[in-house]
Design a protein around this ligand. Structure first.
Ligand SMILES: Cc1cc2nc3c(=O)[nH]c(=O)nc-3n(C[C@H](O)[C@H](O)[C@H](O)COP(=O)(O)OP(=O)(O)OC[C@H]3O[C@@H](n4cnc5c(N)ncnc54)[C@H](O)[C@@H]3O)c2cc1C
Length: 457
């Protein structure tokens, strides 16, 4: 591989970690836990790991930790229970340690608030403080080549506060858990008054100067509806306009049979299905996750709209069948240009801020993988080929395992970017790491044996 470092076997993978995880969100946190649970059970076969996280501390979508917003997934789909209900990292153990187990049960709800679940994640993450380099952004992966084989990689990272601070970690496997990146409407750029929902509660509370005119929220999914609700509550002197192309918010399908699409078994079914069936399943069940809203929130927003009609002061305005065509940023606001999809009429909404609740897209890991990207196999559509154990299929000369935690909807189905199967997926990755290490050790022993045999002969 051009430009790769040729090293002796010892300098190659000797002393390397078994795994470096890039990103320390819930996915790689669940993996850290699965490995810690394994290491506790079988210290003789312990895996050596390290993680890099660009944030200064653990944080899960902090910009959307809105008061009262609840999880879209049962607390039983925490970071461990679906893999091992006896793990010390379950939500129930967390509740017990926080002294809230009975109080939580009395609520009779499977759905904690996001603020509480964030606290649970932080409680888990605290156990791994020594294994995570916070404030370090992975910037480059350099293959370590020994006798023509990629035996390890050097993961280069830079401090987010001091770019001169560069660290390098050598590892035999990578777990890429870098999450999703905001999707923006074409031609629209973020600015002081044009925000993605990702930053909502970092930005909105700063707009304290009254009077407020209007906030415009673009999108019809869960984050959009939550942003509308939050802005309406937070700025009682402002109008809040919801702009979306649908006729109305649509409810998320969380009915029990459809919910099975989030089961660990569904990953097997999806993985083994022909390509056309995969696409059908994503189309049939997209409404469990995409562009849909929790039913209770829809009802609540509708009640608000109706009550405001009764009172003659309509502050919450649903501008359905409309589309954002552009945004002009100004010093103290932003003008959203809107087109009606039914009449073609164009109009402007002068707003204190325009909030883009336009969702996220997976991050392609290939730019980060650098020259190793050329060794990753792709399908007819240029998408990464990923094995059942969540490892990218690579050319034969690559011994390094590159595991993907997300961005695998095309191979593993709709749970790829969600929490539902994190516990089980992490267990599968841990098992795969162990299996592949054993296979490598056997190969090495065999090689040694063969060498001894030759020398003896
Ligand atoms: C507001 C909101 C609510 C949600 N609620 C739910 C829910 O209730 N149920 C559900 O199933 N899903 C939910 N989701 C989906 C969400 O994708 C998952 O909850 C979860 O965040 C996936 O975890 P992750 O670790 O894969 O990604 P992330 O949580 O995005 O974590 C990725 C991490 O990688 C770090 N990172 C990125 N690049 C680098 C780099 N180069 N170097 C170092 N670090 C890096 C990031 O800083 C981040 O901390 C929600 C999403 C949002 C936006």
């Amino acid at each position: 591989m051009s430009g790769s470092r040729e090293s002796s076997a010892q300098a190659g993978s000797g002393g390397a970690d078994d795994l470096v995880g890039i990103g320390f969100g819930p996915s790689n946190l669940a993996l850290a836990i699965a490995i810690a649970d394994h290491n506790r059970r079988d210290p003789g076969q312990a895996l050596q790991t390290g993680f890099l996280e660009q944030q200064a501390a653990f944080g899960w979508h902090r910009g959307m930790l809105l008061e009262g917003a609840t999880m879209q997934v049962s607390f039983l789909k925490d970071l461990v229970t679906m893999r091992d209900p006896s793990s010390p990292f379950s939500f129930l153990v967390y509740l017990q340690q926080r002294g809230r187990l009975a109080d939580f049960i009395n609520q009779k709800s499977f759905f904690p608030t996001r603020i509480e679940f964030h606290d649970y994640f932080e409680w888990c993450a605290a156990e791994f403080a020594g294994d995570v380099a916070y404030g370090q952004r992975a910037t480059e992966i350099r293959p370590v080549v020994v006798d023509g084989r990629v035996e390890a990689v050097d993961v280069v990272s830079r401090s987010t506060t001091d770019p001169a601070d560069e660290q390098v970690r050598r590892t035999r496997n990578l777990a890429v858990g870098t999450g999703l990146t905001p999707r923006l409407p074409e031609g629209v750029e973020l600015g002081d008054r044009v925000w993605h929902t990702r930053d909502l509660i970092f930005r909105a509370p700063a707009l304290t100067d009254r009077p407020h005119r209007r906030f415009t929220v673009v999108g019809a999914g869960q984050s959009a509806a939550e942003a509308v609700d939050y802005l309406h509550r937070t700025f009682p002197d402002a109008e809040v306009c919801a702009v979306f192309s649908r006729y109305g918010y649509s409810p998320a399908d969380d009915s029990p049979f459809a919910n099975r699409i989030f089961d660990p078994d569904a990953v097997d079914h999806f993985f083994d299905a022909p390509e056309s069936v995969k696409q059908d399943l994503l189309d049939y069940h997209g409404n469990t996750n995409y562009s849909v809203v929790d039913g209770d929130l829809i009802e609540q927003l509708y009640r608000t709209v109706y009550q405001e009609k009764v009172q003659g002061r309509e502050r919450l305005r649903i501008l359905n069948t409309t589309r954002l065509t552009g945004v002009e940023q100004g010093p103290d606001g932003a003008r959203a240009m809107i087109r009606s999809l039914t009449t073609g009429e164009e109009f402007a909404l002068d707003s204190d801020a325009v909030v883009l609740a336009t969702g996220y897209r997976p991050v392609d890991p290939r730019p980060l993988l650098g020259e190793l990207a050329d060794a990753c196999l792709t399908d007819g559509q240029g998408r990464l080929r990923v094995d059942r154990d969540h490892r990218i299929l690579t050319a034969d000369h690559v011994d390094v395992g590159i595991y993907l935690q997300g961005g695998t909807e095309h191979t593993h189905g709709i749970t790829s970017s969600l929490l539902s199967t994190l516990a089980v997926r992490s267990g599968e990755i841990c098992d795969s790491l162990l299996l592949r290490r054993t296979a490598r050790d056997l190969r090495t022993d065999f090689g040694r044996g063969a060498q001894v045999g030759v020398a003896a002969g």
